[in-house]
Design a protein around this ligand. Structure first.
Ligand code: CA
Length: 229
């Protein structure tokens, strides 16, 4: 399993539904995290920010709407793509009216292929590199399929770790990543690596990006981490 595999959090209180969703999302290449109620979902997000959430509206403890509203109101969780599941079209209309900030809505009973298509559409938006899209930032072009990086049309020499770091930054320009978040994303959650290792590789990435000149596009944010631009 690659460390930068996209993660989806599925929140559904019906166990059979939860399992079938998890099964299909795993088949789509996601790492799946499951939660059976609202409380568990919020704890899970606090522990690890998923890329996408498939969120049932009707849940015990905290409702899907409330979860959506809370996550969309915080800067560090606003970027999670949320697909809300709801039993009736009238409910979907209400969710829309409530301005919860959900990115998409699917009415139950849904067709699995349709839901997966909606999930892929969100993935293309929030993690473009995982679906093979080229990433651009200023004069930097990252070709995820060819594993190549160009700056002002010059091919850059870049180590594999620096490449993965750059993918992470270029998928979300401007976002500030803490060292811990970069460790989770680039090295994986199950590997013990000192946070200072991140600084070492950031240093190498900076050098690589400027090997043919140009400004250093990476920004050190004191007490917070690093950002691109
Ligand atoms: Ca439910």
């Amino acid at each position: 399993m690659s460390a930068d595999q996209p993660t989806v959090l599925v929140v559904e209180d019906e166990p059979a539904q939860l399992e079938i969703l998890a099964y299909n999302l795993e088949a789509e290449g996601f790492r799946v995290v499951k939660a059976e109620d609202g409380e568990e979902a919020l704890l899970s997000v606090a522990e690890e920010t998923p890329d996408i959430m498939v969120l049932d509206w009707m849940l015990p403890s905290v409702s899907g709407i409330e979860i959506c509203r809370r996550l969309k109101s915080k800067p560090d969780t606003r970027g999670i793509a949320i697909i809300m599941l709801s039993a009736r079209t009238e409910e979907v209309d209400r969710i829309r009216g409530l301005e919860t900030g959900a990115d998409d809505y699917v009415v139950k009973p849904y067709s699995m292929p349709e839901l997966m298509a909606r999930v892929r559409a969100q993935l293309r938006r929030v993690r473009p590199a995982t679906v093979g899209e080229k990433l651009n930032y200023g004069d930097i072009v990252l070709d995820t399929e060819g594993h190549r990086v160009y700056r002002a049309d010059e091919l850059l020499k870049l180590g594999p770790t620096e490449f993965r770091l750059l993918v992470t930054f270029m998928e979300k320009p401007g976002r500030v990543w803490s060292r811990e978040q970069l460790l989770d994303r680039v090295w994986g959650r199950d590997i013990y690596v000192d946070t200072r290792t991140v600084d070492v590789h950031i240093g190498r990435l900076r050098k690589a990006l400027c090997q043919f000149g140009g400004d250093d596009p990476l920004r050190t944010v004191r007490g917070a981490g690093y950002a691109l631009g």
